[in-house]
Design a protein around this ligand. Structure first.
Ligand code: FES
Length: 161
């Protein structure tokens, strides 16, 4: 599966809606991110000129906030916690297991755009350590067996489609 082609008409509609609203940069970027799954680098100049900003300012915001991505991510973003509480409870072996199961290194996306593997500093659920998220779903008290079964749900979903 290739990443979605950029729907320029849709992108221009989003940008036009926010034209001239300097304060609207973050909401605009959020809408672009939600619509396309990332902020296409080709859109930076358009967004900047619509809002009266420099492209470097837009680029700076996109790269500063981890919620924005300049590359398409997988359908499922796997975030494995490597914070202290998770680390001492085996977070490192959970990450190793995830790499083995997905064949991905950290910050890589599978060629079929099914998975992106990331690490985070803390998911705010330390009492469930070690933890991970798949998109917005939390999984805690992970063990290697649990990692396999969590991933199987999402791999199965891939097979069903
Ligand atoms: S350190 Fe992992 S959830 Fe806080």
């Amino acid at each position: 599966m290739e990443p979605k082609e950029i729907d320029w008409e849709r992108l221009n509609l989003i940008i036009d809606k926010n034209k001239g609203e300097k304060w609207g940069l973050i909401p605009l970027l959020q809408e672009v991110q939600e619509t396309f799954g990332y902020v296409p680098p080709e859109s930076i100049d358009l967004i900047a000129s619509a809002l009266g900003l420099f492209p470097s300012q837009v680029q700076g915001v996109v790269t500063f906030y981890s919620g924005f991505a300049l590359k398409p991510k997988g359908k499922y973003v796997l975030r494995v916690c490597q914070g202290t509480a998770c680390y001492v409870k085996g977070g490192r072996s959970i990450l190793r297991m995830m790499k083995k199961e997905t064949g991905l290194e950290v910050n890589e996306t599978s060629p079929d755009y099914q998975f992106t593997l990331e690490t985070v500093a803390c998911l705010g659920a330390c009492f469930l350590a070690p933890t991970m998220m798949v998109n917005r779903a939390y999984f805690g008290k992970l063990s290697p067996a649990k990692v396999t079964s969590v991933l199987a749900q999402y791999k199965k979903d891939e097979v069903e489609r």
